[in-house]
Design a protein around this ligand. Structure first.
Ligand SMILES: C[S@@+](CC[C@H](N)C(=O)[O-])C[C@H]1O[C@@H](n2cnc3c(N)ncnc32)[C@H](O)[C@@H]1O
Length: 212
C-alpha cells in the first residue's frame, strides 16, 4: 500500500476550507502571479480556530492579498465583530471584492486600500488580534506602529518568520533586505519584555506574540 503524504493526512483529518475558499484558491493559482502568498487550507483553519478561541471583537490584518486569511478569520469571529484588513496593491480590489462579497461573513470585513503605515494611524480602534503579513522588510515598523493599539492580553501573529529557512543561514547578503527584515524582527521580539512569544513551526513560521 502506498504511504499517505503526512500533509494530505493532516488536511483530510481537519475541517474542509469550504467551497468559497477552495474556489478562491483555484482562481489565485490560475490567475495570480504569486498564489503561494495566500495562507492556504491548513493555516487558514488555524487562523479561524485562533478566532474561535480568542473571540476578538476587533482584529487587524496587515497584507490582504486575496483576502483568503481575512475570510478565514471572519469565519471564526462572532457577529458584531470586525476585521480591518489593509492591502497596498489596489489591483487586487476586484479579486478581493469577488470573494468577500460572496461570504456570509462579509459584514465583519472592512478592506482598506493603501499603505498600512499610513492607514493604521487613522484606525481609531483597540485590537484584540493583529496578523502581520505584508512587506517583510517592514515587520519591525508595523509592530512598533500597531503595538500601542493592541490591548493588554491581545495577540499579535506574524507570518513567514522562518522565511523558507533563510533565518538560519550563516551569511545573509546585504542585498537580501527581506531576510534581514525578518531577522531583525525576530531579534526584536525575542528581546521585548512587554510580550511573551513563541515561533510555531507551521508552514513558513508563524510567531505568536502575547501582550502582557
Ligand atoms: C503574503 S501577502 C498576504 C497574504 C494574506 N495575509 C493571506 O494570508 O492570505 C502580502 C500582501 O501584503 C501587501 N503589502 C505589502 N506591503 C504593504 C503595506 N505596506 N501595506 C499594505 N499591504 C502591503 C502585498 O501587496 C501583498 O498582497
Amino acid at each position: 500500500m502506498e504511504k499517505v503524504d503526512i500533509n494530505d493526512y493532516i488536511l483530510s483529518h481537519s475541517d474542509d476550507e469550504g467551497d468559497l475558499l477552495a474556489a478562491l484558491n483555484r482562481d489565485a493559482n490560475v490567475n495570480l502571479l504569486r498564489p503561494r502568498m495566500l495562507s492556504g487550507h491548513l493555516q487558514g483553519r488555524i487562523l479561524k480556530m485562533f478566532c474561535r478561541m480568542l473571540r476578538p471583537k476587533r482584529a487587524l490584518e496587515i497584507g490582504t492579498y486575496t483576502a483568503y486569511a481575512t475570510l478565514c478569520m471572519a469565519e471564526g469571529m462572532e457577529e458584531g465583530s470586525l476585521i480591518h484588513t489593509i492591502e497596498i496593491n489596489d489591483e487586487m480590489e476586484d479579486f478581493i471584492q469577488k470573494y468577500v462579497s460572496q461570504s456570509p461573513h462579509k459584514d465583519k470585513i472592512k478592506v482598506h486600500y493603501g499603505d498600512a503605515m499610513d492607514i493604521i494611524p487613522q484606525l481609531n480602534e483597540t485590537f484584540d488580534l493583529v496578523f502581520i503579513d505584508a512587506n517583510k522588510r517592514l515587520y519591525s515598523k508595523y509592530y512598533d506602529l500597531v503595538f500601542p493599539m493592541v490591548r493588554p492580553g491581545g495577540l499579535i501573529l506574524a507570518d513567514n518568520t522562518l522565511w523558507d529557512g533563510k533565518v538560519t543561514e550563516e551569511h545573509v547578503p546585504a542585498a537580501d533586505k527581506q531576510t534581514l527584515g525578518i531577522l531583525a524582527f525576530n531579534d526584536k521580539i525575542k528581546a521585548d519584555d512587554r510580550v511573551e512569544k513563541v515561533i510555531l513551526p507551521l508552514r513558513d513560521g508563524l510567531t505568536m506574540i502575547w501582550k502582557k
